[in-house]
Design a binder for this molecule. Sequence first.
Ligand code: ZN
Length: 214
Amino acid sequence: MMDVEIRSFTFGPVGANMYVLLFGKQALVIDPCCPWGNTGLSDDVRVTSVLCTHGHFDHISEADDIVPRFLCPLYISSEDSPMLSDASLNHSMHFGMMVRVDSPYKVLDKKVYSNEELGITDSGRFNMQVVPTPGHTSGSVCYYFNFIGNAKQYMFTGDMLFRRSIGRTDLGGSELDMTRSIELLKTMNDDIVCFPGHGSETILGEEKHRNPYF
Ligand SMILES: [Zn+2]
């Protein structure tokens, strides 16, 4: 039985989306960019893992607020991990800010994680596949969730895929990689509900037909 509630919080100067996946009192955070105090979530919610789709400042800016609060692992791809502590690489400097993350991090394995591996043990059995989708940055990933006993599939796409658009490739990315990542997404299931790093959610099948970059 699936038991997940997805909340989104848009925060910061460029309006990035942070997602909280609630499994009863346990939670996963995707792209820690909203202060925990601003979520309005109850005090007994415990974050068990924080996952970054990529290392740009607007997606990691509140990691040092959330990770120490819950003493949970922070995951990022090996390629993007140097961006955490470097305001030039994460492009905050470029926007007149100095964002750096001092919390320890774990390098993401490009594999399928079980709910237990991410610390979700109370409810909600699922598999989460790390889908490497370089292009926006060299280490951009999508997180693809399959819930056991439920047909719903969700993917958190960061700045790789937006509703009817894609992320820019001039902030440490590559156009060729982006083209390959789009081709990879074209092979994935039409029914996947996609939650992007900016803007509103969409359905992958719709993007295949209506996104001008596809
Ligand atoms: Zn970005």
